[in-house]
Design a protein around this ligand. Sequence first.
Ligand SMILES: CC(C)(COP(=O)(O)OP(=O)(O)OC[C@H]1O[C@@H](n2cnc3c(N)ncnc32)[C@H](O)[C@@H]1OP(=O)(O)O)[C@@H](O)C(=O)NCCC(=O)NCCS
Length: 388
Amino acid sequence: MSHKVIESPCGPIVHGLEDVLVKTTEISDIDGERGVLWYRGYRIEDIAERATYEEVVYLLLYGRLPTRAELRQLADEMAEERELPGEAVELIRIMSRAHPMFVLPAVVNVLGSLDPEANRTDEQSDIRKAIRIASKLPTAIAYHLRMSRGLDIVRPRKDLGHSANLVYMMLGREPAPLETRGMDLYLVLHADHEIPASTFTGLVAASTLTDMYSAIAAALAALKGPLHGGANEAALRQHREIGSPERVPQYVEDALRTGRRIMGVGHRVYKAYDPRAKIYKAFTRQYVEKYGDPEGIYGVAEALERYILGHEYYASRRLYPNIDFWSGIFWHYLGIPEQYFTPIFAASRVVGWAAHIVEYRRNNRIFRPRACYVGPHDLKYVPIEERG
Ligand SMILES: CC(C)(COP(=O)(O)OP(=O)(O)OC[C@H]1O[C@@H](n2cnc3c(N)ncnc32)[C@H](O)[C@@H]1OP(=O)(O)O)[C@@H](O)C(=O)NCCC(=O)NCCS
């Protein structure tokens, strides 16, 4: 493990808390050496093949797979919760020119301000609020997408599943089964990933016993950063910039010469092929086989992957494509603008954030780390008149 340890007068400091344990968890586990991910003990491959996003929501929040009746009940509850209050719609309209990642925390705060049980912190109430937020975020994202383009909003439909409804509200048409599958698979694969910066931020906020809405708004703020949620946009731009498979070797060699990173490659935890990337690559291949690859982006990505996997520089550093390498291709062909990639990531991860918050609050202790002060002490205060 590569730690960025800083020596200080108070002792070594693990920069970025890399590999520092902050809680125990039963929600998700990553074996970065072998490239394995589990949700509540189930391998991501099994979940991705069979479960819908609603099933994953149940699994992560309640700790076990639902029965058919329990899943139906949760799906109905989520469908009922999709509509946004007028205040939130108005806010989205006012902020329709802003990047949607500025808008989502504001929407979540508005939702919190209108929820009579916002300030309760017991487990059942926290789970109910998590379900409300997870149900309403897609509507907020789709409304913003349409308002920002001067289009009429498309109200949610209760007869569609969570993912089909999200695509429907964004595009204004019912999605084909493979389009629904692409959305659902993406949401399933992003629902939790242990303790990245956004989950940690949500936990820090929640540990003060602030409300679930405020904690989720904090997590959203952390996800907005390009080091976290934004890599999928950058990877798509890169694939499009490369333009054709023949240009891959030149592009990679130029990147190496100038010290530029290949986007969508490498991972802080995975030192093997990201299992989510494997699954999403297979889906994307299936998608382009059916709908074509009109801009040749999938072809470029495949050639880039092949080149990197066979290159000594990347092999020796155990750098493999991650999920972001593959996920933008489908979004692009579906017609989703790049700035909505991170919001859709958030629409999925919100349930992981909430599950970790619920788990942590069972044995809550406010986060309060220390800093090692390295400045002077006991300076003589000089009155402003004497400072010149
Ligand atoms: C994800 C990421 C931040 C992980 O970083 P990390 O675990 O801290 O890895 P390090 O920064 O310590 O990198 C280890 C080595 O691999 C190199 N490296 C890491 N990612 C690289 C990439 N995408 N392209 C080229 N070289 C890369 C580093 O330069 C470093 O080389 P060195 O040992 O010669 O100095 C990093 O791989 C990255 O920036 N990837 C591109 C952005 C991306 O896809 N992010 C999405 C992550 S889900």
